[in-house]
Design a protein around this ligand. Structure first.
Ligand SMILES: [Zn+2]
Length: 311
């Protein structure tokens, strides 16, 4: 996941042994349009249905570009420090899958540096993963949910050590201990909201409350979300339309310290297309047991943003 181009000006990670002193190969004179925009050596990712800049990079440059954006966001906003214990919110979708992968890569490198250092002075930050089980809200078969949870366990356990704990938390856990009572109370609360948009927004808030609860109960001091540029664009438009401009700027900051456990968005500068493509290229398994398209105002805005991105 490093850039092999010695002329690279981006903030991507470079391994010392991969940085060569020799000048970059000259761009081909005749068919440069058929080569990667950055390294001008490899063939670009097969365009297929792709549009935009990502189709003009080779796989290596594309990968190092996305990881570079992640690392820049983490470093310039002090999102993760060595003593932190971070919780990655994992829905199973492409954005949170990439967030999990990148946080893992960062931790893996910190672990290797720790092992190589003589004085072992810098600790390695801890990583946990949380999945909010929303079976109480969506009509999904329990087999499907169980299968998805099993797949998530294998995704998390297949990441190299240090071991990451996966917390599977039913959304009704926002209420005190008794789960069956919690389910009834949650259903009653959601049924009290008549419009689709209001229900979705309430659910989004409840999901965040569930994540905050699991984070604070298990000693995490950062909550990492995979929110990407596309998601943030939808939120900006939706919050404006809904008259929620007062909190808009705080909602979309890299680090949101309004919560008990601060929420950080390291993929804020990546588009959903880029993250989908990365999952596809690297074979990162995605699964979304509760994948229901947004409705109401959120649905309209989401399709509008999709159209804008496609054009
Ligand atoms: Zn390239």
């Amino acid at each position: 996941m490093s850039c092999n181009s010695s002329g690279c000006q981006s903030n991507c990670y470079k391994n010392g042994d991969q940085v060569s002193d020799s000048p970059p190969p000259p761009p081909a004179a005749n068919n440069s349009s058929n080569l990667c925009l950055k390294c001008k050596t490899n063939s670009p990712i097969t365009p297929g249905s792709l549009s935009g800049d990502e189709a003009r990079f080779c796989a290596d440059c594309f990968r190092s570009n996305i990881y570079g954006k992640f690392r820049l966001a983490v470093a310039s906003h002090a999102m993760i420090s060595p003593s932190d214990n971070v919780l990655v919110a994992f829905s199973g979708g492409p954005s949170s899958r990439v967030a999990l992968q990148f946080v893992h890569v960062l931790q893996d490198r910190a672990q290797k540096n720790f092992e190589a250092s003589k004085d072992k002075s810098l600790p390695v930050f801890g990583v946990g993963v949380a999945f909010i089980d929303e079976s109480a809200v969506y009509p999904v078969s329990s087999d499907k949910v169980d299968g998805a949870i099993q797949d998530m366990r294998s995704v998390v356990s297949n990441l190299a050590p240090p071991t990451k704990q996966l917390h599977v938390v039913p959304i009704e856990n926002i209420y005190a201990s008794d789960s069956s009572d919690g389910k009834d109370r949650l259903t009653k609360l959601l049924d009290a909201v008549n419009d689709a948009t209001g229900k979705e927004d309430l659910l989004l808030h409840l999901r965040m409350m569930a994540l905050q609860k699991v984070a604070s109960q298990n000693g995490y001091n950062r909550l990492i979300l995979g929110s990407c540029t596309s998601r943030i664009a939808c939120h900006v438009l939706a919050a404006t339309v809904k008259g929620r401009g007062y909190s808009l700027s705080a909602d979309i900051q890299y680090v949101d310290a309004r919560w008990e456990v601060p929420v950080v968005l390291p993929l804020r500068d990546c588009t959903s297309q880029e993250l989908n493509l990365l999952c596809h290229l690297d074979g990162l398994k995605t699964l979304q047991p509760f994948d229901s398209p947004p409705s109401g105002i959120n649905g309209l805005i989401s399709s509008f943003v999709n159209v804008l991105q496609d054009s």
